[in-house]
Design a protein around this ligand. Structure first.
Ligand code: PGA
Length: 249
């Protein structure tokens, strides 16, 4: 079912003490919200975060995972390991994973399959680079990213998939896609889903926007009909800003 979601992607920020401090702040400021609220701390802080928030309406999620269950993959973490510390949702395909860790569509398709096999929910990220937008190829780039990693799935799988459109040129740059650009792309994504699956599936998937969402621009972006919430980087590291964004839904 289509839901409104605001997820904080903490990236490689916050050691244990900083994580505890930020979670304490989040607990103080949490209010009832129409949106599902999630935070994604680093791997080492997933378990303490899960424990600290288990009685609160903030889901702790992972930023990444490996596709294998276990084995000789030094430095990696598998889906069953995440589940064993209470983590049921994972972000996959973030542009930083694609750019700095060589995650291809093929690898991402395997990660998607592994997460679904384990009954996990996925926030699947994709988005074009500045050159793609400048040359007018942004829609075909996004279409290919979605098709290559997801369109081997049956329609039912989309019950456990949330999409996150994050134009690479807007991530951490202070430059946001305009609400109109976000709406246009989100509508295009729904059209692509509808063409390959059905209107019902296209309309049931939550599509988040990510890229320099701030308290000052969140309300306008979230007001667009095909934008179901946001994936928030920098602004999720301050409880006040994060909740201002959550409350903009
Ligand atoms: P940003 O990051 O909000 O700092 O631009 C968004 C993201 O990378 O998910």
């Amino acid at each position: 079912m289509r839901k409104q979601i605001v997820a904080g992607n903490w990236k490689m920020n916050n050691d244990l003490a900083q994580t505890e401090t930020l979670i304490t702040e989040l607990k103080k400021q949490i209010q009832t919200s129409k949106a599902e609220v999630m935070i994604a701390p680093v791997f080492t802080n997933l378990w303490p975060s899960f424990q600290a928030l288990r009685k609160h309406d903030i889901e702790v999620i992972a930023q990444n995972m490996h596709f294998a269950d276990s084995g000789a993959y030094t430095g990696e973490v598998g889906p069953g390991m995440l589940l064993s510390v209470g983590i049921k949702t994972v972000i996959l395909g973030h542009s930083e994973r694609r750019a700095y860790f060589n995650e291809t569509d093929e690898i991402l398709a395997k990660k998607v399959d592994a997460a679904l096999k384990h009954g996990m929910r996925i926030i699947f990220c994709f988005g074009e680079e500045l050159n793609d937008r400048k040359s007018g190829n942004h829609e075909s780039v996004v279409e290919n990213q979605i098709k290559n990693a997801l369109f081997h799935l049956d329609g039912k799988a989309f019950e456990n998939i949330v999409l996150a459109y994050e134009p690479v040129w807007a991530i951490g740059t202070g430059e946001t896609a305009s609400p109109e650009q976000a709406q246009e792309m989100h509508a295009f994504i729904r059209k692509t889903l509808s063409g390959n699956y059905s209107d019902a599936i296209a309309n049931s998937v939550s599509i988040l926007y990510g890229g320099s969402v701030k308290p000052s621009n969140a309300r306008e972006i979230f007001s667009k009909p095909d934008v179901d919430g946001g994936l928030i980087g920098g602004a999720s590291l301050e409880a006040k800003d994060f909740f201002a964004i959550v409350n903009a839904i």
